[in-house]
Design a protein around this ligand. Structure first.
Ligand code: G3I
Length: 367
């Protein structure tokens, strides 16, 4: 038992450290004097990250890194001009009991963003996951539920009026097959699909300047799911519903190919006069037994990061590009995908990977 633990501990220790410098060839860096992502970014372009850590600390108080890791805060401020609360604006965090809000964690992030001249992406108002038990098990009437959602959106969006640039109003409402999540999503199940339009209307009422988005994963390509968004958004816009944006999360994996038609897909949404964005990019991989990615994996990862950014930069309305955490130290990936990890652009000690330099050079070339 003890030796099994030791093996696990050793494995973890190895996985935490960067490979020897010799194992990784340095990429050509054309960033010049622009030594951070935000300074390399073209004017008006938002380069963002999720804050502040995730599933990795399931058994520790939350949010830990944001409040207590000073190096983390330093890098967060220096490198990014956009932040997305990773969990802190989700229902279970911000509205833990009926009629009681907990704004503390979200407020702290919004304050930090202001101090550091960063914009904020609000995430999220309507989702099938991370809802509090009082809501999911509440046995409410349709009229009550509708009022609960209206009140939540008015309160949360209203509180951050003028401080949140983009809101993920509706998150992951379609399945990969392009069907509405009529069973998992409490709002759609209990109130019908029309509630989606209402959510956008209420959010717009609460903050007329915030840009309101549909956000999902596996919508990087032209496929059944992104087609479903395309059709729905067209319909909603024709009906005058205030939908302003469509975003692809982009949780990519080296175990799958790169979505080559990303640019083409984003462009068709841009052609509907919508803002587009990449909101949660990370590139995970199956780790070798050593726990340390190979040089080839790191190279391929850098390539995925670079191509995702390049696609966004080529689409006129894609002005917001967010990675889902910037250091492996706090990435959600290893907790959710056994044997996988190293998905972000920095090692645990904030040492930069090739993927980081690939992003910086690509930004600098377009600045
Ligand atoms: O904070 C609590 C802690 O108090 C509690 O004791 C513990 C027990 O389970 O849970 C802790 O919460 C965890 C939370 O992360 C913070 O660490 C949750 O269990 C865990 O499920 C949660 O994971 C988050 C995941 O969404 C849940 O769906 C990840 O951090 C977050 O990165 C991830 O983000 C999602 C986006 O919102 C939407 N797109 C996909 C993306 C990745 O799954």
């Amino acid at each position: 038992m003890r030796s099994a633990r030791l093996v696990i501990a050793l494995f973890a220790a190895v996985a935490l450290s960067a490979p020897p410098a010799s194992a990784v060839s340095a990429p050509p860096d054309v960033s010049g004097h622009k030594q951070t992502l935000r300074s390399a970014a073209p004017k008006g372009f938002h380069i963002g990250t999720a804050v502040a850590g995730g599933g990795h600390h399931e058994n520790q108080p939350y949010p830990d890194p944001f409040t207590s890791d000073s190096e983390y805060r330093k890098v967060l401020a220096a490198e990014f001009n956009s932040v997305s609360p990773e969990n802190q604006m989700k229902w279970e965090y911000i509205h833990p009991e009926r009629g009681r809000y907990n704004f503390g964690m979200a407020d702290a992030i919004v304050r930090f963003a202001k101090q550091n001249r960063q914009v904020v992406r609000g995430h999220t108002l309507m989702w099938h996951s991370q809802n509090p038990e009082w809501l999911e098990q509440g046995d409410f009437t349709a009229a009550e539920l509708r009022e609960i959602l209206r009140e939540h959106i008015m309160t949360v969006v209203g509180r951050y009026k003028g401080k949140v640039q983009q809101w993920d109003v509706a998150n992951e409402i379609f399945t990969d097959a392009g069907a509405l999540r009529t069973t998992e999503n409490i709002w759609i199940r209990e109130l019908g699909p029309g509630i989606v339009a209402d959510a956008f209307r209420w959010a717009h009422q609460a903050d007329p300047k915030a840009k309101l988005f549909f956000n999902d994963y596996n919508v990087e390509s032209v496929n059944a799911k992104s087609d479903a968004y395309y059709a729905l958004i067209k319909e909603l816009r024709a009906a005058g519903v205030p939908v302003h944006g469509f975003s692809a999360q982009a949780h990519l994996s080296l175990d799958y190919g790169f979505p080559d038609d990303l640019e083409r897909n984003l462009k068709r949404f841009a052609d509907l006069r919508l803002e587009t964005a990449i909101t949660e990019l990370d590139v995970r991989m199956t780790l070798p037994a050593s726990g340390v990615p190979t040089a080839a994996q790191l190279q391929q990862q850098a390539d995925y990061y670079q191509r995702t950014l390049a696609a966004c930069l080529k689409v006129r309305t894609c002005k917001s590009f967010t990675i889902w955490g910037f250091t492996d130290k706090y990435s959600w990936v290893p907790v959710f995908f056994q044997g996988q990890g190293a998905a972000t652009v920095m090692w645990n000690d904030f040492g930069r990977k090739q993927a980081y330099y690939a992003l910086r050079s690509t930004l600098a070339k377009r600045a």
